[in-house]
Design a protein around this ligand. Sequence first.
Ligand SMILES: [Zn+2]
Length: 168
Amino acid sequence: MGLFGSLLKPKLFRSSELVGIADDAIQLALQASEDAHPNEYMGQLRGQDARKVGLDREGTVITDVLLAPGTKTTPTSAEFNPSYMPNDLDSVGSVHSHPNGVLRPSDADLATFSRGRIHIIVGAPYGRGDWRAFDREGKPTDIDVVSVDVPDEQFFDFTQADIDRELR
Ligand SMILES: [Zn+2]
């Protein structure tokens, strides 16, 4: 294969490779899903450049989970309506919960997974391992949970006057 093979390798993603999901982001999705129970939770996954969050890797890390505006959450309707998803580069995919605990995409889910790179399904009882990631075809896919170092701006929010005071 060599060089020729790698040239023929299809480019899977328009933008950079998906490195993983931040531990905080998946915890937030699990918590939000538990809070919504017995209704469904639905949100949008957003990514950032891995290097910006302290990882020595090339690619995108999912760092944020946003509640989808106007989402209807009922215990039975599993419909995923991706029309809310803005077509911006930060949007990586979706996350939604299955209050019945079944970690498999429904037919309705599959019909909409083509939008976005990765789709996470969270299920009751919403423990640390009660979620699965799927690709756009609905195949289970592995995604690493990573610890990211998103700087807390409070700690860095000092002014030149503060520095001068320290140096005096
Ligand atoms: Zn579903």
